[in-house]
Design a protein around this ligand. Structure first.
Ligand code: NAG
Ligand code: NAG
Length: 244
């Protein structure tokens, strides 16, 4: 179905922004442990739609994508080669040359205003692990950290959280849609997210439940910076893919 394909395309985009809608500053409270434990037992993974990124990038190039940083080593004399390209919509992609990995899509980078709060949010609300601890680059004035599933950032897609010095707000526009993540139970997941939102901010924007025309249960929320995540029922989604 077209809508879902579009979501998958957008999921592959890096450095995108959405409207900051009514960030909740609800009273802080400590969520009970049994609720938060759910995310550790859940079978989480980024939806595999991102595999198409290579095909997509080739298409972008053929369609006149702009190279904004010519390929070259990250550090002088280093062996990791990277480049930045813009797709025709102006979305920025970072390309890495490195050995094959199970997930060709390396990371999605979100600009955040409080990196500690964001690390906390992604760990608690989505059960991600801190795979690359905070790295501060004082010269270029940013701090980054990477969160994701599993224990090794080379084996899975990760979310890179980037704090740019002294930037306290981002204009999100309407280009960014969402990151989609599979879950075994959208209802339990939404309960966890709701708890974490009370502590760290954010907002549930789609209560958990079935979306009839895609026959899939989902829930959607904004994180503490206003970035949208959709949690999609694993079984429903597999069924949907088979029917396609
Ligand atoms: C991560 O996986 C790579 C590839 O299998 C391996 O070389 C590396 O040692 C692993 N790192 C850690 C911290 O386990
Ligand atoms: C800018 O940000 C850095 C890093 O967070 C901080 O150390 C510094 O005090 C900030 N400067 C101003 C003028 O706020």
């Amino acid at each position: 179905m077209k809508m879902v394909k579009n979501q998958q395309l957008v999921y592959s985009c890096i450095l995108l922004f959405i409207c900051l809608i009514d960030l909740s500053n609800a009273a802080r409270s400590n969520p009970p442990d049994d609720v938060l434990e759910w995310v550790q037992k859940d079978d989480r993974r980024f939806l595999r739609a991102n595999i198409r990124i290579y095909t997509m990038v080739e298409k972008i190039r053929a369609a006149g994508g702009v190279i904004t940083r010519e390929p070259g080593p990250v550090a002088p004399g280093g062996t990791t080669i990277y480049a930045f390209v813009n797709d025709p919509d102006g979305y920025s992609f970072e390309l890495f040359r490195r050995p094959p990995t199970p997930e060709p899509l390396n990371h999605i980078c979100l600009n955040v205003v409080d990196i500690d709060r964001s690390i906390d949010f992604y760990q608690k609300a989505l059960g991600m692990n801190l795979l690359v601890p905070k790295y501060n680059n004082a010269q270029e004035q940013y701090t980054v950290a990477m969160v994701g599933y599993g224990s090794n950032y080379t084996q899975t897609t990760v979310i890179e959280l980037q704090y740019n010095y002294n930037v306290t707000d981002y204009t999100k526009g309407n280009g960014y849609a969402q990151v989609a993540i599979g879950t075994d139970d959208v209802y339990k997941s939404a309960a966890v997210v709701e708890q974490v939102i009370q502590e760290l901010g954010g907002k549930i924007i789609q209560p958990p439940g079935p979306i009839p025309f895609i026959k899939t249960k989902i829930t959607a929320f904004l994180d503490s910076d206003g970035f949208e995540t959709v949690l999609v029922d694993n079984q429903d989604y597999l069924k949907y893919l088979k029917e396609e």
